[in-house]
Design a protein around this ligand. Structure first.
Ligand SMILES: [Zn+2]
Length: 512
């Protein structure tokens, strides 16, 4: 998910946990309110995200940027936390304890970022290799795996658990270091919903059981038949029992088995195509930046070096930090630019659309030979959006061969719910992902902040009930589908998910 969304999920979860602790009479000391200590959890989530820079450093084959990397990330964290507390926090609901704690946190000497600098694919559930047989090994449907493909299973049962263990190692589990480890676990919990087909399988399972309204299902199954840039491209239809209408799976982003329970709960493939897709967005963000900074070639190199960090605002605030060590990151940014240019050239060679092909080659040339005026005009004319869409269509082509006999992996660029989409189905999927992530996070935070020692057994139990294939979840709790379906449809309304979550819309109430 985008960093700002991760922060909001974590914030809403802190508000919910704080309320429950207060109601249970377990929050005597205001300094132990999860809302006051929220920034240290954000630090963990931030570290997970910024660590995505390191694969790019590897791509650029930069041998040793150790001390500079350290300086960069220490500096960037200080900029990020200051921005969070002095700007963003003012927009949050129920923010008084946070604003009170803010000056102390900014002045704190504990802003070191230990353990920083290593990308771990399990932090985000990334599947790196396009080898479906490894993900869908023979055991995914067993009682032990509960429908989880390999990466999802390992992440939930082992990786998150390790981070939670780290959060309990200190004598004082409300120390910044412990809370940072907790924040890293919670980042991954949010990605369980954003970077997998969990939400889609939940919707499909409810539809399969006849619990969703026809209008709601039709919104997902609607297909205007077009591939043009004006229509919706990414589809997650909800097929019913029986033979499927001919075109129902056209442009479907998820691998579909014969039924929901025969479709594994799998996280998204993040391979070279997804890397190129992300880099193209960073390139566009640089060209369209509105923060008044010069759109120069060195600025592009820096933007490209901060892989997958799409917030131009962060880059703006970080300019002073970056300036001193810019030369090191120029090399990485140039590596990324070459990677993007090569990726576009090879996508062009695969393209059957001659307009797209020419545009890809021309863009590759522009990426290599910086011409900000021309490139900016292209971006403003929407050409880069068109290209991004062409890259998605190429990834969709791979999924055309989907069948129960040939299980394929869904691409991150197609499936991830990292930010709000403007199409109806995408909006609902995004909101559901945020609501579910907030509920599960609130539960974990509540236990962590309780006066009683939290136990990993509690997490294991919750994970085996909820962080499993949604079909198994519904099977474990008879009649739960009946209470869940109206709530899911309510989440599809116009209200913001943050307001719905804080006003008490609980999808998993009773089973969490
Ligand atoms: Zn992530």
């Amino acid at each position: 998910m985008d960093l700002a969304i991760h922060d909001e999920i974590l914030w809403c979860a802190c508000v919910k946990a704080s309320r429950r602790l207060t109601a249970a009479g377990k929050l005597a000391d205001p300094a132990h309110d999860p809302r006051s200590l929220f920034p240290w959890m954000v630090r963990g989530s931030w570290m997970n995200d910024m660590n995505q820079v390191t694969p790019l450093i590897d791509f650029a084959q930069n041998p040793n940027i150790g001390p500079q990397q350290d300086t960069l990330f220490q500096g960037l964290w200080k900029v990020a936390v200051q921005d969070l507390l002095q700007n963003t926090a003012h927009r949050y609901a129920h923010n008084e304890p946070l604003l009170q704690a803010a000056p102390g946190i900014i002045a704190s000497k504990k802003h070191n970022i230990d353990g920083f600098g290593h990308y771990n694919r399990f932090d985000h559930l990334d599947v790196e290799e396009n080898h479906p047989a490894t993900e869908y090994d023979g055991a995914w449907a067993s009682n032990a795996r509960l429908g989880r493909a390999r990466t999802a299973h390992f992440t939930v049962t082992s990786h998150v658990r390790v981070r939670l263990t780290g959060s309990l190692l200190d004598d004082d589990r409300l120390e910044p270091r412990s809370l940072t480890s907790l924040g890293r676990a919670l980042h991954t919990v949010a990605d369980v919903f954003a970077h997998s087909n969990y939400v889609e399988l939940l919707l499909w399972s409810l539809a399969w059981r006849g619990r969703l309204e026809p209008d709601f299902i039709n919104a997902f199954n609607f297909d205007d038949g077009s591939d043009n840039a004006a229509g919706s491209l990414l589809r997650c239809p909800l097929p019913a029992h029986g033979p499927r209408a001919e075109n129902l799976l056209r442009n479907a982003v998820l691998w579909y088995g014969d039924s929901p329970q025969e479709t594994p709960f799998v996280s998204a493939l993040f391979d070279k195509s997804d890397t190129i897709f992300s880099l193209l967005h960073i390139y566009a963000a640089h060209l369209l930046r509105t923060d008044g900074k010069p759109q120069t070639e060195p600025m592009l190199d820096i933007a490209m070096a901060l892989f997958d960090i799409q917030g131009a605002k962060l880059i703006k605030g970080a300019w002073a930090v970056l300036e001193g060590i810019g030369n090191v990151f120029d090399a990485i940014g140039q590596g990324a630019r070459n990677l993007l240019a090569r990726g576009l050239d090879s996508a062009a060679d695969r393209s059957t659309n001659s307009t797209a092909r020419d545009l890809m080659h021309d863009t590759a040339h522009l990426v290599r030979h910086y011409d900000s005026k021309k490139a900016k005009d292209w971006a403003e004319a929407g050409r880069l959006n068109f290209l991004a869409r062409e890259l998605q269509i190429q990834m969709l082509e791979e999924l055309r061969g989907q069948s129960p006999a040939t299980k394929l992996l869904p691409h991150h660029a197609l499936l991830a719910k990292d930010h709000v989409e403007d199409e109806a189905g995408g909006r609902i999927r995004f909101k559901l992902g945020c609501l579910l992530a907030t509920e599960v996070s609130a539960q974990i935070i509540e236990r962590h902040f309780s006066p009683e020692e939290p136990s990993l057994g509690d997490y294991d139990q919750m994970a085996s009930r909820v962080l499993i294939h949604p079909w198994w979840l519904l099977e474990q709790h008879p009649n739960f589908d009946k209470t869940l379906a109206p709530l899911v449809q309510k989440a599809g309304g116009h209200e913001r998910w943050q307001d719905q979550s804080i006003s008490g819309l609980e999808l998993l109430a009773g089973v969490l």
